[in-house]
Ligand binder design. Sequence first.
Ligand code: LLP
Length: 421
Amino acid sequence: LDHFLYRDGQLYAEDVPVAEIAATVGTPFYLYSTATLLRHFQLFDEALAWGPHLVCYAMKAASNQAILRTLAEAGAGMDVVSGGEYARAKAAGVPGERIVFSGVGKTREEIRMALEGGIRQFNVESEPEMRVISEVAVSLGVEAPITVRVNPDVDARTHAKIATGKSENKFGIPISRAREVYAEAAALPGLKVVGIDVHIGSQLTDLEPFALAYRKVAELTEVLRGDGHEITRLDLGGGLGIPYTRSNEAPPLPVEYGALIERELGHLGCEIEIEPGRLIAGNAGVLVSEVIYVKQGEGRDFLILDAAMNDLIRPAMYDAHHDIVPVVEPEAGAEQVPYDVVGPVCESGDTFARGRTMPTLSAGDRVVFRSAGAYGAVMSSEYNTRALTPEVMVKDDQFAVIRPRPSFDDMIKRDTLPEWL
Ligand code: LLP
């Protein structure tokens, strides 16, 4: 459920007509709904209400500080994967004790930064990394709370580029070696083992892989406790998928996911952490764009938009489907025609959809890409020296630009010429 609905023949974001924002801000831009963000966070929070828990939003999905602060004020923690994300979370007002640090290649500088600024835990991905965290903690005279991310060798049944829980993936340590690694962790100075971490992939539309992975985590918890480790926290990662089309079968709901966690892990008495990104931000954001031209090709019509692959790379990168709907509601029974929907960037990969049936559109008409809130703006670039896509947030009947469109000057001035030129 989201808050982008037609009302009086117009698409609204909460109580603001999208056309009104487009007229003020210009297209293309990302548009987020506060109510949808909060609703999705609350669904997870309620799904875990059976026990102690913290929902750590995976801010890689959409990291504008306005989004972070909105969620943090509702009680969310953050999952960060870089020093930049850590700094951004802190700048948005998230306290260190609500930040977990994931990622396979944390540098010494990033580790120091988090230890100095405060961190809930590092999710350790390898033994070399664990040794570096130990060294940095000792040098600062502090103790680093850690979990070890285990790779359960479970098939998440999702797109290969976003599956992370199989043994061939670079993530975590093989679960079969967990006992050795925890033994080393306990022996190293400056580390405090607090739990276990697992994350098997993104856009999972089936609960079974989660159940398989969590069952292995439950067994491992007992084994590690038997070895004398204090396992008080389980970080279960993110990954619950969202519906990208209205027609296909809806993925499981957070409440079903929460019940599964209780069933598989509830008996262990651990604090549960989850790291959802896509389900919180995905359907809370759209990309608004305008038709520049309709071009007749050989046996097809091209809808040439002012948004391109630099603004939304998911179709080019993962063959992802995003529903594209007009800002002006089509009349009931309006004629539907197939379009190849493309951007202005100079490569054929800059194609959002082929043969997509839509109501007839012409130059100047506006459309929105639905479900673009997660992995949209954060993956945008200035390819073709196109301005980084601005972001706008709506709350009830108000809207605000939360990242302005850079001017050509802003972009050009970032280059510095060497003195010999
Ligand atoms: N935790 C960890 C350790 C992760 O690596 C990820 C996502 C998440 C949590 C959040 O997963 P989510 O709940 O959003 O599924 N760019 C791709 C998705 C990459 C996901 C990377 N890791 C896309 O556009 O589909």
